[in-house]
Design a protein around this ligand. Structure first.
Ligand code: PRX
Length: 660
């Protein structure tokens, strides 16, 4: 389906799909990093050889001789006898190559303050921070929690931890004290790096008080010895004597001399917590050599990065995997120049992102469909006021991009010419797995399309057999890949159970998918488990349900992901109140419970709607039928109710609630 003319072709249409495909223009193809389609079959013939070739592009202090050890599945080891320093790969080697004056980060604070930091400066700061952390007792293998806004010190902190061979656990700044504490405890972090606050939506949003609250929970005793505080917003905070230290005061004692040691390729690099099907978040463990190999390879090839000339911008927060792989490790390992923006897209107005693109001449822009839909709602007249002509590649991540949003993104932001790479991957995969290569692929709006070279995916039925083309099934990944999750921190059984038990040696992603009839492109169909996708963030129904039933007025709760025009899905909860609470008006109960969920988990988990009902629909064996509740929340006709213990429940519920 690819041709060189840049003309638009058609492919066989299925319900709701856009029939148009967008081949690369001859001009784009010509200059693309990857423009020889034989890469796919060469990598398929020898995936290990392909990945070893990519790994060689990094600097190893001790070269590896073994590529993959899969002798104890599902515990993979990549390049295990090799040694490298991840931070030095992102910093020192660029300086040594004479690129020290290249800007690594153009930082744009929400209030308008800016800083451009070169690779030489970033290296210097990371070395100082590494010295500071060493004197605070950080050793290889330790865990450091990072709870920060989107500011350069966050990147510096992550790289300083990595430089010492310790592992970071970045906790998104929107998480509550409870969530932060659970993550600190699970990883047994001894140091927390935070800031007084960050700027969001035009005001200072405090962070340090949440750290204080987290550490005061459960009687106060925790693994944390020291809290390092970066000064950003200058809001009033309290400092605990002997525990809390100001970063800017401490750092003055340390110089920029620090030699990076090599660590084994399988040394833990970070833990990142993500929601699963149970109430307890999973600590996804990533290691060093394989992770950096795939993060940098995909960043270079999927975005067609030219580090000498491109200005790259990924809008993700470093609290998520996208921020880890495509703000920190991928771009910096590739020596890219990137924009980092602290705030929200609507501050001071909806032109903010576009003004940043114009100001820095951003050439590659990577964001999420939910943000694109929000901008669409505001209208094209806003971006049209800015010069976005520098843009040459656009990326999308987090959920399937609906064709309408795809076309808007393509036309309004990409001038109708910039290719859009829709990238499917997960916290667990560590890096992009399915995406177009923009110099080769004829783009199809709404499909993530092609497995990356060296990656093999299959869509299978429940029995693990490949489904026919055109049929829906479960997405699996065959063969280990370099940036794959190595374990769930402290819980290898859960690791096996969650991802490997279902199909043996194939990784089960938890997503439904369909393979195209005509050319095998992959279409993602959403989660098949109880994980919701709200604004591209993963939330667990079970985690929100357990927060709700912890509230003293709630007897039972069921949570579903309802379809939402902007956020993809939205959290809708159905609650049965305890009998003594029925005097509460539904409005009061709804407000109190929404606030409770936000306080327990974080504002991202706050339900869009809480419906107070007298009973939940259950099967005879007592299982809540969320499928029926989802129909109600979506305002759809309720599906088959014959397996309910009491078939009248659904009509009672429908009478009780008002769906907006
Ligand atoms: O359901 C898929 C969806 O997001 C899930 C992974 O979420 P998380 O680990 O938070 O990582 C998000 C950023 C990589 C997947 O299981 N997802 C992610 N990207 C896409 C997607 N669904 C469809 N198309 C995508 N491009």
């Amino acid at each position: 389906m690819t041709d060189q003319s840049g003309t638009i072709e058609s492919h066989p249409l299925r319900a709701g799909e856009d029939p148009t495909t967008y081949p690369p223009t001859a001009e784009f193809r010509e200059q693309a990093n990857i423009n020889d389609p034989s890469i796919y079959w060469r990598a398929a013939e020898d995936p290990e050889g392909y990945w070893a070739e990519q790994a060689q592009k990094l600097s190893w202090t001790k070269p590896f001789t073994e590529i993959l050890d899969w002798s104890n599945p599902p515990f993979a080891k990549w390049f295990q006898d090799g040694e490298l320093n991840v931070a030095a790969n992102c910093l020192d080697r660029h300086v040594q190559a004479g690129l020290g004056d290249r800007v690594a980060i153009h930082f744009e604070g929400e209030p308008g303050d800016t800083r451009s930091i070169t690779y030489a400066e970033l290296t210097h700061e990371v070395k100082r921070a590494a010295n500071m952390l060493t004197s605070l007792g950080v050793e290889p293998g330790d865990r450091v929690a990072i709870y920060m806004p989107m500011i350069p010190e966050t990147v510096i902190a992550m790289l300083a931890v990595a430089r010492l061979g310790a592992a970071h656990s970045v906790v998104f700044g929107g998480f509550s004290a409870e969530s932060l504490r659970a993550r600190i405890d699970d990883a047994q972090a001894e140091i927390v790096i935070t800031a007084d606050g960050g700027f969001r939506k035009g005001r200072a949003s405090a962070l340090k008080p949440t750290v204080d609250d987290a550490l005061a929970l459960h009687g106060g005793g925790s693994s944390v010895q020291k809290v390092l505080v970066v000064e950003r917003t200058k809001n009033d905070i309290s400092m605990t004597e002997g525990r809390d230290l100001w970063w800017h005061e401490e750092i003055t004692a340390y110089d920029g001399e620090h030699e990076a040691k090599g660590f084994p390729a399988e040394n833990p690099l970070f833990i990142l917590y993500t929601s699963g099907t149970t109430g307890r978040p999973k600590g996804i463990l990533h290691t060093s050599g394989g992770y950096l190999t795939q993060a940098s390879t995909t960043h270079r090839d999927v975005f067609d990065l030219k580090p000498e000339t491109d200005v790259y911008w990924c809008t993700a927060d470093v609290g998520w995997i996208t921020g880890h792989s495509y703000v920190v490790y991928g771009p910096l390992a590739n020596g890219a120049t990137q924009v980092m923006y602290e705030g929200t897209p609507e501050t001071p107005d909806w032109g903010r992102w576009w003004s940043i693109i114009q100001k820095y001449g951003v050439t590659i822009f990577y964001t999420a469909p939910t943000a694109i839909r929000a901008c669409m709602k505001v209208g094209r007249q806003v971006p049209e006021q800015y010069d976005l002509s520098s843009i040459r590649v656009l990326g999308s991540v987090g959920e399937p991009i609906n064709p309408e949003a795809w076309r808007w993104y393509h036309e309004v932001i990409g001038a109708g010419t910039a290719p859009i790479v829709d990238t499917w991957w997960q916290t667990e995969t560590g890096a992009i797995m399915i995406a177009a290569l923009p110099g080769l692929t004829s783009l199809k709006p709404g499909s993530a399309q092609v497995a990356q070279p060296g990656i093999r995916v299959n869509v299978v039925n429940d029995a693990g057999e490949r489904v026919e083309r055109g049929q829906g099934g479960l997405l699996t990944i065959q063969r280990p890949w370099p940036s794959m999750v190595r374990n769930i921190w402290g819980d290898p059984e859960r690791f096996i159970e969650t991802y490997w038990e279902k199909f043996g040696d194939m990784y089960f992603a938890g997503d439904g998918a369909r393979v195209d009839d005509d050319d095998g492109d992959v279409w993602l169909l959403g989660r098949v488990d109880d994980v919701m996708n709200v604004s591209g963030h993963r939330l667990s129904t079970a985690e929100i349900e357990s927060a709700l039933v912890e509230h003293n007025s709630v007897a039972e709760a069921a949570v579903v992901g309802a379809t939402d025009e902007t956020t993809g899905q939205a959290v809708v909860a159905f609650c049965v109140l305890k009998s003594q609470q029925t005097a509460l008006t539904p409005e009061d109960a709804e407000a109190a419970l929404k606030a409770h969920v936000a306080a327990q988990i974080g504002a991202i988990a706050r339900p869009r709607q809480i419906l107070i009902v007298t009973e939940l629909p259950k099967t005879r064996s007592g299982k809540i039928m969320r499928r029926l509740l989802k129909d109600v929340a979506d305002g759809k006709e309720v599906g088959d109710t014959t397996t309910l213990a009491d078939t009248r429940v659904m009509s009672t519920i429908q009478e009780q609630i008002r769906v907006p």
